[in-house]
Design a protein around this ligand. Structure first.
Ligand SMILES: Nc1ncnc2c1ncn2[C@@H]1O[C@H](COP(=O)(O)OP(=O)(O)O)[C@@H](O)[C@H]1O
Ligand SMILES: NC(=O)OP(=O)(O)O
Length: 318
């Protein structure tokens, strides 16, 4: 069985959302212990991961050091976080596998995702990245031309352009490594956004792709059986945060789309996970699971989490 595992930014930071190197390394060890458990169940696993907190940190460095070293564009921040997180995850996974006596090799692929240069996402920033700030600090940055949004109790957060991923350019390299037996880390942060020029060449563009939507696309391209979206809650929940909250178990894609249309899932957090899970099963995947990191083995071996399955008609057509 081939599993595409998408790790949320929450799986790569400490409980307070801090992303110091030591926080990221220890979070990666926790996450990779869970992945090593999963790998004992005769599965191939491709790992993708968020990069919102990490890209946010790089942007702050850009701002603070601008008079000394040239700031780098957002796509470079994406590439840098893919490489760093790939390195951290490989080290952690190697250690977890060695602890279990499992002989699997790991690899990380710097991965590009093609987007449309005319995507409306470039005109309307929606992707939350980086730290939460109190309103008064965020307002100063808004006056300097940045877009920040009120994200509720946690505070304000910067939002940047987030175009739709159309193609995982480097999926063939990921596929070849999987077929050679590697556990691959790929398409981090949804992929480095690139556009194709008229002459067929690619160049990076300033944006951050949603990693869950990137994960759904890569899962489809690799012919994954299951897409597991691991975050910090065990289920997608109806009426989340209210006394009438109801965690969702198994649900069809169209039922879940109906709940999304009723506004049950916040944009920029659970919304894209629900969308990614639906897309994957609508495009031929047999199952997508949204759950917490500590439930990813049950997501494969049992029925843990919110399990999204194709509509009966879709199943008939496949
Ligand atoms: N309907 C919902 N059900 C469950 N969680 C929700 C819902 N709406 C919003 N959320 C929030 O979504 C968060 C997970 O999204 P996010 O923080 O973007 O995850 P990650 O960084 O792991 O990708 C949860 O911590 C929860 O607060
Ligand atoms: N690129 C991206 O979606 O990252 P997060 O999941 O960390 O926000």
């Amino acid at each position: 069985m081939k599993v595409l595992l998408a790790l949320g930014g929450n799986a790569m930071t400490n409980a307070d959302g801090r992303a110091r190197p030591e926080d990221q390394i220890s979070a990666a060890h926790v996450a990779m212990e869970a992945v090593a458990d999963l790998l004992q169940h005769d599965v191939d696993v491709v790992i993708t991961h968020g990069n919102g907190p990490q890209v946010g940190n790089l942007l702050v460095k850009n701002e603070l050091a601008a008079s000394v070293v040239p700031p780098v564009p957002l796509d470079w921040c994406g590439a840098q976080t893919q490489a760093t997180l790939g390195f951290v995850l490989m080290n952690a996974l190697d250690a977890a596998l060695a602890g279990r006596g499992v002989a699997r090799r790991t690899a990380a692929v710097v991965t590009r995702a093609r987007v449309d240069a005319d995507d409306p996402g470039f005109l309307r920033p929606t992707k939350p990245i980086g730290r939460f700030l109190p309103a008064e600090e965020a307002r100063v940055l808004v006056e300097h031309g940045e877009t920040w949004e009120d994200r509720g109790v946690k505070g304000w957060r910067r939002v940047v352009a987030s175009p739709e991923p159309l193609e995982v350019v480097d999926a063939p390299a990921v596929r070849a490594l999987v077929e050679a037996g590697f556990v691959v880390v790929a398409n981090g942060g949804g992929g480095i956004p690139v556009v194709r020029d008229a002459d067929g060449t690619l160049h990076g563009v300033e944006a951050v792709i949603d990693k869950d939507l990137g994960a759904a696309l890569l899962a489809r391209d690799l012919g994954a059986d299951v897409l597991v979206i691991a975050t910090d809650v065990p289920n997608a929940v109806l009426r989340y945060g209210t006394p009438e909250a109801r965690p969702l178990g198994e649900v069809t894609a169209s039922e879940l789309r109906g709940y999304a249309a009723e506004g049950h899932f916040a944009s920029g957090s659970m919304g894209p996970k629900v969308d990614a899970a639906c897309r994957f099963v609508e495009q031929g995947g047999s199952r997508a699971v949204i759950t917490s990191l500590d439930h990813i083995v049950e997501a494969i071996t049992a029925d843990g989490g919110t399990v999204v399955v194709p509509d009966p008609l879709d199943q008939g057509e496949n």
